[in-house]
Design a binder for this molecule. Structure first.
Ligand SMILES: [Zn+2]
Length: 144
């Protein structure tokens, strides 16, 4: 039976992004190589930031997500949160039925709203928002 090392170093960064398997490698590489964050808490969920935005509609699922956010930020010494939404997100298309000409506006506004929510509830936490662009089967990250 293989054994794996426990990471005993506390993380100061929480990362939220979509679970879409096409993007996982790019997310990991961007976070570790470009942002130089190796030790982070990943909160990975279909739709990335999108499901958090449903809290305005008293959705039970988003209540659970906000509880998770408050738990991690409030109890683990998180100093920084990195938020990602990505182009061609099936959650926005298929679950939220966003019209294709409105999806990017909705996704970027969800990033801004969650960023503002975190900043207003946790004064000492820095929030970075990234828009993930899919271009000719390559992925580019742009900080908003
Ligand atoms: Zn997605």
């Amino acid at each position: 039976m293989n054994k794996y090392q426990l990471n005993k170093t506390a993380s100061d960064t929480l990362v939220i992004h979509c679970a879409d398997s096409r993007f996982q490698n790019a997310f990991r590489l961007f976070i570790s190589k470009e942002l130089q964050i190796e030790n982070y808490i990943p909160l990975i969920i279909g739709g990335g930031v999108g499901p958090f935005a449903l809290h305005k509609f008293n959705s039970i699922n988003s209540k659970i997500l906000i509880d998770q956010l408050e738990l991690f930020i409030g109890k683990t010494g998180i100093k920084q949160v990195c938020l990602f939404n990505h182009q061609d997100c099936k959650w926005y298309k298929d679950i939220m039925n966003c019209k294709s000409d409105k999806i990017i506006i909705k996704q970027q506004s969800d990033l801004k709203n969650l960023s503002n929510f975190i900043k207003s509830n946790f004064k000492d936490v820095d929030v970075k928002s990234f828009w993930t662009i899919l271009e000719n089967e390559e992925i580019i990250f742009k900080e908003l």
